[in-house]
Design a protein around this ligand. Structure first.
Ligand code: ADP
Ligand code: MG
Ligand code: MG
Length: 270
């Protein structure tokens, strides 16, 4: 039974909202982990504490190859710690910046994986609410893994909290009209567009949230001349970026999976 004293810190992997994430190893067994630290001083508000409790609860109940595993949590007087499966690799944000554009083949693979993840989450009434390339790590074998469940929550029906990252937020999230799992499909549409075009479709050059919201609500999708979307990928992006949330999946996850762009996906073998 692993404790904090069994671990040594090797290097910093990244930083989060409330502290750093370190590569860490078991002193004797040598297994590698990612240790996410949360500075107690930075979380002295009830809402943030609740969301961390929920992050832990949700990650603890999930067991999926494409979702980061939480092994254990610790605490001391200064910090909270999440001991996580270590993903050796880079996130999709870096992949996109490095490649410029992601190939149609790879875009399909990542999109298929995200749909598998959503199927797993949505069956459990979990909405993720912050799908974006930075929250997807790609491991050494090329498989994406969803990390950072800080915004996920269990929703039966609708929720109203305006949360997420402006460029990836669905219109109904922005408008505060109540939303459900279909908000995740919208973010997936934004991400697929980003794979194919190298940038987001709405408000790419804006940094002010309100300017971005305006562009999202306007919802005009155009493709830059250097991008090569196929008719099928465009059709799928259009479907996911439907203003009407009910139209995004086409009624069910099975319908979503049977869209023509992803017709060659081996859903069992992914
Ligand atoms: P926050 O919730 O504060 O945004 P994250 O969970 O997103 O924190 O972690 C911050 C960063 O640390 C990530 O963007 C990533 O670069 C790195 N990181 C987090 N978890 C892992 C992991 N399991 N393996 C490797 N790197 C990780
Ligand atoms: Mg994060
Ligand atoms: Mg987080």
């Amino acid at each position: 039974n692993i404790t904090l004293d069994d671990l040594i810190i090797i290097k910093k992997l990244g930083h989060g909202m409330f502290g750093n994430v370190f590569l860490s190893a078991h002193k004797t067994k040598k297994n590698l982990y990612a240790l996410k630290t949360i500075d107690r001083k930075k979380i002295d508000n009830e809402k943030v504490q609740d969301s961390l409790i929920l992050e832990r609860k949700i990650l603890m109940q999930l067991n999926h190859m494409l979702i980061l595993k939480l092994i254990k949590t610790f605490k001391d007087h200064k910090r909270l710690y999440f001991l996580l499966e270590y993903v050796r690799g880079q996130d999709l944000f870096d992949v996109i910046r490095e490649l410029g554009l992601v190939s149609d083949k790879d875009s399909k693979f990542y999109a298929g994986c995200m749909i598998m993840i959503f199927e797993h989450l949505h069956e459990r009434d979990i909405v993720y609410r912050d799908l974006k390339p930075e929250n997807v790590m790609v491991d050494e074998e090329g498989y994406p893994k969803l990390i950072d469940f800080g915004t996920a929550r269990i929703v039966e029906g609708r929720t109203y909290t305006m949360i997420g990252t402006p460029h990836y937020m669905a219109p109904e999230v922005i408008l505060g009209k109540g939303y459900g799992i279909s908000a995740d499909y919208w973010s997936l549409g934004i991400m697929i567009y980003e794979f194919i075009c190298g940038g987001v479709p709405f408000g790419e050059s804006e940094s002010d949230s309100y300017a971005i919201y305006e562009k999202v609500l306007e919802g005009k999708i155009t493709y830059p001349s250097y991008a090569n979307p196929t008719p099928d990928s465009k059709k799928f992006i259009d479907q996911l970026l439907s203003k009407n949330p009910a139209l995004r999946s086409g009624g069910s996850i099975e319908n979503l999976k049977s869209n023509t762009w992803l017709k060659d996906t081996d859903w069992e073998g992914l």
